[in-house]
Ligand binder design. Sequence first.
Ligand code: GLA
Length: 687
Amino acid sequence: MRRRTTPPLFDPTAVRPWNAQVDGLGYGGDYNPEQWPDEVRVEDLRLLREAGVNVLSVAIFAWATIEPREGELDWTWLDETMDRLHAAGIQVALATATASPPPWLTRKHPEILPRLADGTVLHQGARQSYSVTHPLHREYALRMTARMAERYGDHPALALWHVDNEIGCHVPRDYSDAAAAAFRVWLAERYGTIERLNEAWGTAFWSQRYATFEDVLPPLVAPMFSNPTQQLDFDRFSSDALLDYYRDLRDTLRELTPHVPTTTNLMTTSTTQGMDYFSWADDLDVVANDHYTIAADPDRHVELALSADLSRGVAGGEPWMLMEHSTSAVNWQPRNRAKLPGEMLRNSLQHVARGADAVMYFQWRQSRAGAEKYHSAMLPHAGTDTDVWRNTVELGDVLRRIGEVRGSRVTSRAALLVDYPAWWAAELDSHPTQDLRYMDELRAWYAALWRRGVTVDTVTPRADLDGYDLIVVPTLYLVDDEGAENVAAGAERGATVVVTFFSGIVDENDQVRLGGYPGAFRDLLGVRTEEFTPLQEGESVRVVGKAVDGEAGADLWGEKTHVADGTEVTATYDDGPLAGRPAVTRRYVGSGAAWYVGTRLRRDGLDALVSRLVEESGVVPEVVAPAGVEVVRRAAEDGRAWLFAINHTDEAAALDTPPGTELLTGSAVDGRLDVPAGAVRVLRTTA
Ligand code: GLA
């Protein structure tokens, strides 16, 4: 055990804030000194100061360096790193070092390796080659975690614990024997008796009735579609199993270091589907997220905004940490483009605008070896005479200037409903179309609201919806009664609610709500669909009506829908198999309204409809801005507020704003904020 270097600064029974010892916003990245000789590490200290770094994630992939052979521990480099960083005034998010087991462990115990649904073993040689449910792996991981806590728990550089790394990133679903056994325990807890499982899974179908939990398997590769509820429960189980792994490590840390906050880096991106992060939130002392833009996506800054809003949603509106993003290119996409001039600053400040109190990167110094050597870093291969390094130093300076926003919260009156189990269920096989992607629908609505300048909170169907004037419910295929009632109550109370196709179809067991679609929302919307009519690939139809401001294209989906008395048809199919039938409807409910959109509107039609919904709900953008200029507001309890204006276009913009002080330039603003092409401005107002 390492000797205490300073007396504890905090009440040892309370978990302190992660940034208790950080001035303003956090700034830094992953730091992997084990990859470098000492002279480079010494140079790091000078350059870290020059960049204004104040927090680093350390030892994420260090298990094999710390314990090169079983039981043989080498702490020298890490002791030195912690001491040096402390001396440099840098705080550490210290990892449990468990993110990848060392080769000696998987050689000795190959049974801890995870497996795919077809039985393929995922071997050692990359990273994350372990099964989170294997008891032996857990034992080793807990031992490593305890060692870290015992050695560094009192170190003055320690700010927070970083448990493992991107848990579930590469192996979100493990089909090993250990996972199968844990799945059966999970099912027994969920259902109590095998009869209840049979009922929930509808096993009278295809002779799937189970005699005992022992007969149940994960959804392994099978001759035809596996039971959908089995697949859905395996998704739920897998998310819970990954969370259970986090919790076990966290509990060990909590026992040994009760005052140190704990987190793990999530991946709330539009492509990460494996974990129900809303159910993880209560176990994280601060939400931390990793996000990488997709080079091929021309609207990648909008996808970034969605990811940031998802992080804030998981954090329940509290400030969160951006734990990783990239200064420039990544190495894992098909074509990894470098960021354009100004893009790095815009990306980082987009996250801050949407609630991040820390801006961190993968990684500090670009590796010279290994699979990530072509991934950008704060300090690139080419050294300090580079744009990336100048951007890194500039960003440190900018974050210092805007440090006062720390702790403030993003304000929004629009809610976007998001649900991971609904995502999993919507994309199960054997559905009306294989082309429906939940995230495409969520993104399309998010993007239309973004273009309209509306900031949304991402919330689950069971969240408190009071205070939202606009509630958007894209393709919520699965919803339980409580969630459906909650949405309906929002409309009764006065909100404008919009529900889109293939929502409210099944209950939590993926069993269809009978009597006409969309069962859970039929009464609220005043519609009844008797049949779905998905469109063929490349096929589109025209819809006409005031909902879409005249005429609009639609694709993917159609429904044979009837409206109840009092439901207004606001757009109709003009051609195709559903010509003359309702496509978009509205019903006044209580003091609000409930809209139904039974097809997928193309961009123009969606923009027209979103404009109408925004006007009807009275949700006005913070500031009227030209297309491509993003404006988001953070507000503090003391009445101060900050308008972040991010210009994603090639043209300068001038915004009508309240008076205040612009923090990047230090200039007074008297009602007109100039935002040069590609630039970011942060205006402090007292309004
Ligand atoms: C994730 C991981 C990092 C690194 C980056 C590369 O964020 O946590 O270790 O692999 O991806 O983009």
